[in-house]
Ligand binder design. Sequence first.
Ligand SMILES: NC(=O)c1ccc[n+]([C@@H]2O[C@H](COP(=O)([O-])OP(=O)(O)OC[C@H]3O[C@@H](n4cnc5c(N)ncnc54)[C@H](O)[C@@H]3O)[C@@H](O)[C@H]2O)c1
Ligand SMILES: CCCCCCO
Length: 251
Amino acid sequence: MAIANKNIIFVAGLGGIGLDTSREIVKSNLVILDRIDNPAAIAELKAINPKVTITFYPYDVTVSVAESTKLLKVIFDKLKTVDLLINGAGILDDYQIERTIAVNFAGTVNTTTAIMAFWDKRKGGPGGVIANICSVTGFNAIYQVPVYSASKAAALSFTNSLAKLAPITGVTAYSINPGITKTTLVHKFNSWLDVEPRVAELLLEHPTQTSLQCAQNFVKAIEANQNGAIWKLDLGRLEAIEWTKHWDSGI
Ligand SMILES: NC(=O)c1ccc[n+]([C@@H]2O[C@H](COP(=O)([O-])OP(=O)(O)OC[C@H]3O[C@@H](n4cnc5c(N)ncnc54)[C@H](O)[C@@H]3O)[C@@H](O)[C@H]2O)c1
Ligand SMILES: CCCCCCO
């Protein structure tokens, strides 16, 4: 998918990875949905490319599907078509068990479910593309944050299923799985039941990548537009992961 001249909804487009990625894709019209407003960031994006429209709506991914659908109707009424939905919301705090699952997993599922009403080809929709920001911890956990890691594994599994369902729905999907990327999310966070109070410090002793490196590889994944791709964006590199099949439902 060429980045230019598209309509992109970016949930969490103002976060660390989100804003650097928004800066890279602002050749398209962006509708940024985020829990926190950042007028300066929106102004900066508009200044990068005055030819596109940048719109912000406050949005908490933990609202109901009905609420999400209402917001999407406003957006589709205005844009008429949407080419790409990026689901990027995430929190990292294994003290907040329910909220972690609600934001990182249910939030991705519900936002995806809501947009299907506008895209599902079985209802005469045009289809669409979904990029879900999961994580390398969805492959193999940072086991000191088992709730976060499991929420990302769940989001990854959901995304893999979406891709398999594309022939039925007309909606393709792929996952964006960053490695440790220097953003505010990773500076300090709580491990589950305090099993490792120094988890962030220990992790950050190992090589990491910048959010710009992550964003630049995110763009390459969007351009590749490969249904079912499991993209690893780690240490400044982009790699398509081959998922190991251990069982097949047969259907
Ligand atoms: N930084 C890393 O090392 C890393 C690695 C792999 C995956 N990720 C994932 O990348 C995404 C972005 O993380 P980041 O590192 O930029 O952190 P960040 O904290 O800078 O960004 C998180 C984003 O999610 C948004 N968000 C949080 N709760 C929300 C809610 N309830 N509703 C709507 N938006 C909400 C925040 O407003 C922010 O825009 C997250 O999903 C994170 O899990 C990050
Ligand atoms: C430093 C720990 C970062 C964990 C986020 C991986 O998704």
